[in-house]
Design a protein around this ligand. Structure first.
Ligand SMILES: [Cu+2]
Length: 236
């Protein structure tokens, strides 16, 4: 291959990579993370996206270059010259994807294990899903009931989930994690909210005619404000 061709391939690849990166970064696809776990999940997301952009740049460069340099004339119906194996190239295109997929698996496994680990002194909240609403109870505070999930900031939380009827799925986009709530089993989800604010709780498993309306809110509060609210008697 001529040096000029390699330079052209690299220029096309860099251009394709720049356009793909702009599409990935500029629109702000994800809401601002609001938990420690979300930060780690975002890291995996961008790690994988970076690898995708890298692979896309190579494929786009070779495709554009081939269309540009080796275009057949309109009346040329002949086959191209046959291609025989190239051991070096075959080793390369097996080794590189193996390396990339293995690194994604390792990074994902580490993040999954860390996100699933319970922090010190976690606050337990019982979450009940049913057609078509969410409700919450706080065993540490006399089983206080609430229709809104209130959580203290910077404290590890364990949600213990129950479904009364069909399969639902708990999701707060700002916390990133999703958890299916299957009747008969009680999955848990560990969250450490790290930003005060109000975020939506969404059911992400089609659960019946009211599924689209099965929404609630989570309010992440300062520790003092949460303690004050939790100490108040009666539902709120
Ligand atoms: Cu639902």
């Amino acid at each position: 291959m001529r040096r000029g061709s390699i330079v052209q391939l690299i220029v096309i690849g860099v251009l394709a990579g720049a356009i793909a990166s702009a599409f990935a970064l500029i629109p702000g696809w994800l809401p601002q993370p609001a938990s420690r776990e979300a930060g780690r999940i975002d890291f995996v997301f961008w790690f994988v996206t970076g690898i995708c952009i890298f692979v896309f740049s190579i494929v786009a460069a070779v495709s554009v270059f081939a269309v540009w340099k080796f275009r057949a004339k309109p009346d040329d119906d002949s086959d191209g010259p046959p291609i025989h194996g190239h051991t070096g190239l075959e080793i390369l295109w097996t080794a590189v994807p193996t390396l990339l997929v293995t690194s994604i698996a390792i990074v994902s496994a580490i993040v999954l294990a860390k996100d699933d680990a319970e922090g010190a002194n976690p606050l337990r909240v019982d979450v009940t899903a049913q057609q078509f609403f969410w409700s919450y109870r706080y065993p540490e505070y006399g089983n206080k009931a609430s229709d809104i999930l209130r959580l203290p900031v910077n404290r590890s939380v364990v949600l213990r989930m129950t479904s009364k009827d069909v399969i639902h799925s708990f999701w707060v986009p700002e916390f990133r994690q999703k958890q299916d709530v299957v009747p008969g089993i009680h999955p848990t989800l560990h969250i450490t909210p790290n930003r005060v604010g109000t975020y939506p709780v969404v059911c992400t498993e089609l659960c019946g005619v009211g599924h689209a309306l099965m929404r609630s809110r989570v309010i992440v509060m300062k520790a003092g404000a949460f303690a004050k609210w939790a100490a108040k008697k009666g539902p709120s």
